[in-house]
Ligand binder design. Sequence first.
Ligand code: NAD
Length: 497
Amino acid sequence: MTATHVPGLPVIDDGWLISTNPATGEEAGRVPVADEKAVIAAVERAKEAAVWWQGLGFDGRKTRLLRWRTLIVQRIEELAELVHRESGKPLADGTIEAVAAVEHLDWAARHAKKVLGPRRVRTRILVAEHSGHLEYQPYGVVGVIGPWNYPIVTPVGPISGALAAGNTIVFKPSEYTPVTGQWLADTFAEVVPEHPVLQAVHGLGDVGGALCRAGVNKVAFTGSTATAKKVMAACAENLVPVVLEAGGKDALIVDADADVTAAAEAAVWGAMTNAGQTCIGIERVYAVEGVYDRFVEAVVAKAGKLRTGEEIGPITMPRQLDIIRDHIEDALAKGGRAVLGGAGAVQAPFVSPTVLVDVPEDSSEIREETFGPTLTITKVRDADEAVRKANDTPYGLGGSVFGKKNAIRIARRLRSGMVAVNGTLTFVGMGNLPFGGVGESGFGRIHGEDGLREFARAKAITVRRGPSLLPAMTFERTPAQVQQIVKALRLLYGRKP
Ligand code: NAD
């Protein structure tokens, strides 16, 4: 690498993708870059492997997925160290991220059979002589495209669901964290050496585009909204279904009866963890006037203790530094005030914690995804105004509410896929809860039962149990039989409810 290399920026050299640490510029590892032919070949191999993988059935797959889970647990320090080296993420954050990945893997492995396996459904009147059966069959090969900010848990979520459902995977990790992605594929191959059930292919965005067009049967994308639209357009060419986990601008509401200290602690964690590079990170707070002053004071006191290079790691993607700087400057230029950090907070590759107040709603710091350790706090009259302002964004990923009496009611009114009440980001820690957004944050769900069904097609089967006493779906029926069917219908459903 040359002396002019920007730390953290991926380098492609002679067919290799070289990944570097954003804080030090040191090489974290290198992986081969795939061309279009290689991506197609990987998908072909995955198709063949899918026959074997599906043949194992739910129980066979569960055993193998749980073996992978155990291997990750046994080598969790190694994985956390790798993600720390590659993305700059503090070691403790990398460890907790790996723990969350294990939770999703374990849950998907254990529950796939119950959620997706064959079951009888109740017979209905129109075809009473037939039994109904439902099962969920795998798509075949799922292409998973991942981001760099949580390079373990974001891909492991869809990978776990898709594998448990019986699909095989071709995974394109972010070019900023390819070595972590390769680690996942390699460790899976250690416990499932027979066939290439989980393969990684590497490169820049064009490799992700090639994967969408390589014959996969579904794509699970996690990344920015702008790229999500390109992925959907590429998949539309062959009518390949997609699940899109995109950006966010999540808000936290502090209601009048909130525990202000707990709300401040959670807001600081939600906004600043992973240096704010979190899709479900808290970027805005709306605090009602009765608690506003105390809340701002508590947030500043807590966030002021965080140290860059310790709890606050570097910004992983160098060009994000300009976006964070622009947002802070725009907020200040439009009349906002920094009560912590502010102008000068961006000192590449770090950004020191920044808390902004009085920021107008039309500033980029309020409207666009900042993806840095910044937080705006806005005073509102009441929870209604808070909800209105929180919802006034094209995004709708997660969110948080602090309060007692009305907290759950407020949570329901937030236009988002997930909300934590008296906590932040907590919904991602539960393998049995679905995860995904609305609007520009994407659609479809990973994790939980919905996340398993996302990677399988519903298959409906009816089976004749006996002769038709009142045949409805045949030309052989008589007018009298049709009348009898109507009579039966009236008996069943003819009375006012
Ligand atoms: P990104 O959109 O730049 O890249 C994501 C992935 O898409 C990378 O692997 C990239 O190589 C690939 N890609 C780029 N162009 C492509 C194309 N034309 N076709 C196919 N693939 C292409 O996103 P990022 O910067 O890596 O990640 C940060 C973003 O991800 C943020 O917006 C964040 O909010 C979002 N995110 C969302 C979730 C979620 O679950 N909703 C989770 C984590 C991150």
